[in-house]
Design a protein around this ligand. Structure first.
Ligand SMILES: Nc1nc2c(ncn2[C@@H]2O[C@H](COP(=O)(O)OP(=O)(O)OP(=O)(O)O)[C@@H](O)[C@H]2O)c(=O)[nH]1
Ligand SMILES: [Mg+2]
Length: 597
């Protein structure tokens, strides 16, 4: 039985909120393209304008696509994609032990993958007529994909690869992204020249390439990335959706939210003396480690490690080997297999080993592996699951001339969506008609699992559409939880976790205040078995089953049903205290009553 708890409300903004509010949330902006200026309410773009609804801070606020960087980048201009955070697979083997706790619904003999997808979000408005159109759900087992989902000319488009760029602050992530885009012709000469000139004028000449990604005035003034930036480029095998994450520790929530959609990741480390060490946390917590853990918890199994700034160590093979051995030990401890890590020494600044093999003999004399672009192109194809009913977690809600008054952005995590079909918008339970589907500004008639798209909706009041919600197949609504049972792994915390702890729970793009109702059982990390003793508290590195009460209903699925919607991050006082997976969804009472009737 659940303990009664008083719903938790943040009377002061949480550290995560303060970070996000200052940033208008960690939106994924389409970088190197006409961008959203969050400091202004309205900015007209050349081709279109976009209004971005930031339901987290001001439901009525809107901004329009404009051109901080002008429209000369050669990128399409219609809308911006926003997204936020993530966590993933820390494999803990857990065996079911119903003998100790029959109430726990932990699936035995399963590999626990702690996955997490977070996006900053705070939904203040309660939709009217909650769950108005939800029919009695059809059991998912009865679901069969329709023929159009498995064939059609849209399937011939290049596959998308959502690529997260992560790593310690100042390791050169944005510079690397900018360099890649420039080398691949995605940034015009004119735009590059402008960035160089302006960066120089501001005394930040070395950030000229990073400015292709860091477009806001704040980011440029501080010389750090705050929001996750999105840019596109093509390889032989993929259309890559590049997600440039912030490395600064204050912006981990944004990083998490940004990489929630990642299929693959590039971990950028700074090879220069002292910098690699600080990323590893020699003088405190380093984000090289934190990001590697988080990205693993999101289910990203293959990692490309870009050992950057090799120019600053004279392309020394000894330094590269040192970085590789030190970081390699840690990555293996996070659960990455040796064979799943590709090591690429490079210099983003000097454009060595990015899109072609190194030309500097100090590097080419000893490194004969793949350049970064080849490594990205060789990434394993993401699994596209169309066998399950449609789930599209809403990353953000926008409106534009092209897409219409109500449009959403996000990645289809399973199933497929087609123009002119109906979708169920959860958790409001309202039906809407899909009018437009766009992928990187190209119009599609349908989109399938794995596609990162913008969807224009019709026949729905915007009040019923919110980030953190989920577009579903009308007959198969996603679960809506008011309480959850979670299997968690506690991170390196100092203050123990006790029942009653109030925290923020992040699941895909949803964020909600929650409280720890009880610790069901402690799990032995080696055997995965629940210990007989009822723990009073949880400390660093412990694994446990817990029950949490949510202040507001959230769309989630059990991890065993759908991984992408079954991951959760627990954050308190501005840091991630635990990562977990949903083992049981306790549905909202009204929904249970409806289903019973
Ligand atoms: N020497 C050298 N400096 C580099 C290289 N790549 C980036 N830098 C410099 O490192 C600094 C930080 O670069 P950014 O690209 O902003 O780093 P970042 O990882 O995006 O930083 P955050 O997003 O704030 O975490 C800038 O001054 C860059 O010029 C490189 O290959 N060699
Ligand atoms: Mg950056």
């Amino acid at each position: 039985m659940l303990m009664m708890t008083v719903p938790f409300k943040f009377d002061v903004p949480s550290p995560d909120d303060m970070v996000s509010a200052g940033l208008k949330s960690s939106r994924h902006l389409r970088k190197a393209a006409p961008s959203v200026d969050f400091t202004r309410k309205e900015v007209m773009g050349d081709d279109d304008h976009v209004a971005v609804k930031d339901t987290s801070t001001d439901p009525s606020s809107s901004v329009k696509l404009g051109g901080i960087g002008g429209t000369s980048s050669g990128f399409a201009t219609d809308y911006c994609i926003m997204g936020k955070k993530v966590m993933d697979d820390n494999d803990i083997l857990v065996e079911k032990d119903t003998s100790t706790d029959p109430s726990s619904s932990v699936k035995l003999d399963e590999t626990l993958i702690l996955d997490n997808e977070l996006q900053h979000l705070s939904i203040e408005r309660k939709p009217k007529n909650s769950k108005a159109k939800i029919k009695k759900p059809v059991p998912v087992l009865q679901y069969k994909p329709e023929p159009w989902m498995l064939q059609g000319k849209d399937l011939e488009m290049p596959r998308q690869l959502n690529l997260a760029i992560v790593g310690h602050v100042d390791s050169g992530k944005s510079t690397l992204c900018g360099r890649l885009l420039h080398a691949l012709g995605r940034i015009s000469k004119k735009q590059m020249h402008k960035n160089e000139k302006e960066a120089k004028e501001k005394g930040k000449g070395s950030f000229a390439y990073a400015w292709a990604m860091d477009e806001s005035a704040d980011e440029r003034a501080r010389g750090i990335t705050m929001n996750v930036g999105v840019a596109y480029f093509d390889t032989k095998n993929y259309q890559v959706v590049m997600l440039d994450s912030p490395g600064h520790k204050d912006f981990v929530p944004n990083m998490i939210s940004g990489v929630t959609q990642a299929d693959a990741a590039v971990l950028v480390v700074d090879a220069s003396l002292g910098s690699f060490e600080s990323g590893m946390g020699v003088n405190g917590v380093g984000q090289t480690k934190e990001h590697s853990q988080l990205i693993r918890s999101f289910g990203v199994e293959n990692l490309i490690v870009a050992v950057n700034k090799m120019d600053s160590v004279e392309y020394s093979v000894e330094r590269f080997n040192y970085v590789k051995s030190q970081l390699g030990i840690f990555l293996r401890s996070c659960g990455y297999k040796e064979s799943a890590i590709t090591w690429v020494p490079l210099s983003a600044m000097e454009n060595e080993n990015l899109v072609t093999a190194a030309s500097d003999t100090r590097l080419s004399s000893w490194f004969h592996g793949t350049c970064l672009l080849e490594a990205i192109d060789s990434s394993a194809a993401p699994h596209r699951d169309v066998s399950k009913p449609l789930r599209l977690p809403i990353c953000d809600v926008i409106s534009s001339h092209v897409l219409g008054q109500v449009a959403v952005c996000g990645k289809v995590v399973c199933g497929a969506i087609r123009s002119d079909s109906k979708v169920l918008v959860m958790p409001s339970g309202e039906l809407a008609t899909v009018k437009i589907i766009e992928r990187d500004s190209s119009r599609l008639s349908s989109a399938r699992a794995g596609d990162n798209v913008a969807i224009g909706l019709q026949g729905i009041d915007p009040i019923h559409v919110m980030s953190g919600g989920v577009l579903c197949h009308p007959d198969y609504p996603v679960s809506v939880a008011s309480s959850l049972e979670l299997k968690i792994l506690v991170l390196d915390i100092i203050v123990p976790i006790l029942p009653g702890l109030q925290f923020e729970l992040h699941a895909h793009h949803a964020k909600v205040s929650a409280s720890l109702v009880r610790i069901v059982s402690l799990l032995d990390q080696k055997t995965g078995k629940a210990s007989a003793k009822k723990p009073r508290m949880l400390t660093a590195r412990q694994a446990a089953i817990i029950e949490v009460k949510l202040e507001r209903e959230v769309c989630v699925e059990e991890f065993g049903t759908l991984k992408a919607l079954g991951r959760a991050f627990l954050r308190s006082q501005g840091s991630t205290v635990a990562v977990g997976v949903v083992t049981r969804v306790v549905q909202a009472p009204e929904e249970r009553a409806e289903q019973a009737s």
